[in-house]
Design a binder for this molecule. Structure first.
Ligand code: FAD
Length: 479
């Protein structure tokens, strides 16, 4: 079995060279500031022993036949894509949002698809590099980041037009042993607690931009890699412990300060025609993942809205029932897009199935444009208390606790503790640093809504729609 325990994952992190900076300090990976974000990843290791999750999370390596964690697997059938989506929805329910680890699953699948295509067209051997790396990744049950988004500088300028060429990560040297890369990737989730960074280009490129067409895997503590992190976690609880408050996240600027990458870890170097294909293939997989995880976020918002309305005695008010129905529709439409994307998947030359990107883009778009609307529904029905709830210390102070328990009461039969727990959860979930993070992540993670629109347009057969109308209207002209 190629499975690590969460303790073994942590032990490996402890042994890594310190190259992580967070909130003004250089830290080791076992620094307490990382405890909650790392808990989220530990959950993905523990899930293989969870009776409700293990059938989803455990699978078999097609390379070795060993049992592996599905987060390290390839999608080799439509069934795999269905299970990926279901696994994400169920796992996200447990941690209260993003499980983070699917980033690398989607990147590995995309690299597998595109390296095969480059090799077939160009006679290179990137797919072999990928397969060898995947064997190592699966055998050690590793965690990878997706280091795709470049810092990008002037948004209107292409990589070759930037004043500083390093604003997109690029190759600065090639030799017999490998390549040297320079640049920085931004917003990189899990940066301080991954084993490997999986680097792919962020956009399409031109022939003159071949130095930016680069993809590789590099150990997260390799020489020249610097990880500058922002850590977000729910507020710490004193007494009122709750599962949600155990999990956090870290996003990072990952700097590549002339980093050497050996050839056997390179998956693209100079093949500029495939840069956009790799970026979009990752996006297509990742937006399919979002069709599993975003419905889970909506489920949580829906559950919190329904419960708070019930505790407040207004659960059956028509306007509230209507808003709850709207949340149900958003969750299930996004989920249905993922199912459609899987049902219409295509087998690529690599053997990997790609979801139909039209539908993963549609689902991700629906999720992205609705996220603030969903929080709006929760906020309007919860009332103002999530933003004004007295701190936990005041509920523990014998001078103030009796007043709070007496005056924060709602429908008879709802205990003071349960009411307090629910409001503190809603406050942490929607009116906090973590809530703000989730809202921005809901819009931009996996690509901003405008990017999904571009993806949808690029493969949409608009002419066929005009032709339908020409037929119905009796228009015979070809124009
Ligand atoms: C919480 C979170 C986690 C993330 N995790 C990862 C990760 O792990 N790995 C990773 O690689 N990325 C990650 N991302 C990055 C994510 O994919 C980007 O945020 C997203 O692609 C948008 O890029 P940007 O933030 O640089 O915004 P910008 O590129 O600045 O775009 C903002 C807006 O500017 C406009 N715009 C930008 N460029 C143009 C242009 N050329 N022409 C016209 N209009 C333009 C568009 O309206 C766009 O919506 C994460 C993001 C978030 C918020």
């Amino acid at each position: 079995m190629a499975l690590r325990s969460s303790e073994e994952y942590m032990e490996r992190l402890k042994r890594m060279k310190p190259n992580v900076y967070a909130h003004g300090r250089k830290i080791r990976r076992d620094d307490p500031i990382l405890e909650l974000p790392i808990n989220t990843l530990k959950f993905t290791f523990d899930a293989v022993n969870d009776p409700e999750l293990k059938d989803l999370v455990l699978t078999e390596s097609h390379l070795t036949g060993e049992k592996i964690n599905r987060f390290t697997s390839l999608n080799l059938s439509i069934e795999d894509l269905y299970i990926q989506q279901e696994m994400k929805r169920k796992c996200c329910h447990r941690v209260g949002g993003c499980t983070q680890r699917c980033m690398a699953t989607d990147t590995l699948n995309a690299i597998g698809v595109v390296t095969k295509e480059i090799d077939e067209d160009r006679g290179t051997n990137y797919f072999d590099n990928f397969v060898e790396f995947l064997k190592y990744y699966q055998a050690n049950d590793l965690v990878g980041s997706t280091a795709m988004t470049d810092v990008k500088g002037d948004r209107k300028a292409r990589p070759s037009q930037q004043e500083d060429p390093d604003l997109y990560l690029h190759v600065v040297e090639k030799n017999g042993k490998g390549i040297v890369v320079r640049g920085a990737k931004n917003h990189i989730t899990m940066g301080p607690y991954v084993d490997e960074h999986l680097v792919i280009p962020t956009r399409n490129l031109t022939k003159e931009e071949s130095e930016w067409a680069v993809s590789f895997a590099i150990p997260a503590d390799a020489e020249g890699v610097k990880i500058i992190s922002r850590i977000v976690a729910p507020r710490r609880r004193i007494d009122l412990k709750a599962p949600y408050n155990q999990y956090g996240v870290a996003d990072s600027v990952v700097v590549f300060d002339d980093v050497f990458v050996p050839w056997e870890r390179v998956f693209m170097c100079g093949e500029w025609e495939y840069a956009g294909r790799l970026a979009l293939t990752f996006a297509g997989f990742h937006r399919h993942s979002y069709c599993g995880c975003k419905p889970a976020v909506t489920d949580i918002i829906l559950g919190a809205t329904a419960l708070v309305a019930e505790y407040n005695g207004v659960g059956n008010a028509p306007h509230i029932v209507d808003e709850l129905t709207e949340l149900m529709i958003i969750a299930e439409l996004v989920y249905a897009s993922g199912i459609a994307a899987a049902a219409k998947a295509t087998k690529t030359a690599s053997g990997i199935y790609t979801p139909r990107f039209l539908y993963s883009n549609t689902g991700r778009y629906m999720a992205g444009v609705n996220i603030y609307h969903e929080y709006d529904i929760l906020a309007s029905i919860a009332g103002g208390l999530p933003s004004t709830l007295p701190p936990e210390e005041d509920w523990l102070n014998p001078d103030t606790a009796p007043y709070l328990e007496k005056y924060f009461s709602r429908k008879p039969g709802v205990s003071a503790e349960n009411l307090h727990r629910l409001y503190r959860f809603i406050s942490d979930y929607s009116c906090s640093a973590m809530g703000g993070w989730a809202q921005y992540a809901g819009v931009h993670g996996g690509g901003s809504p405008v990017m999904e629109k571009i993806g949808i347009r690029s493969e949409y057969d608009l002419e066929s729609k005009k032709n339908i109308v020409k037929h119905l209207a009796g228009i015979k002209d070809s124009v």
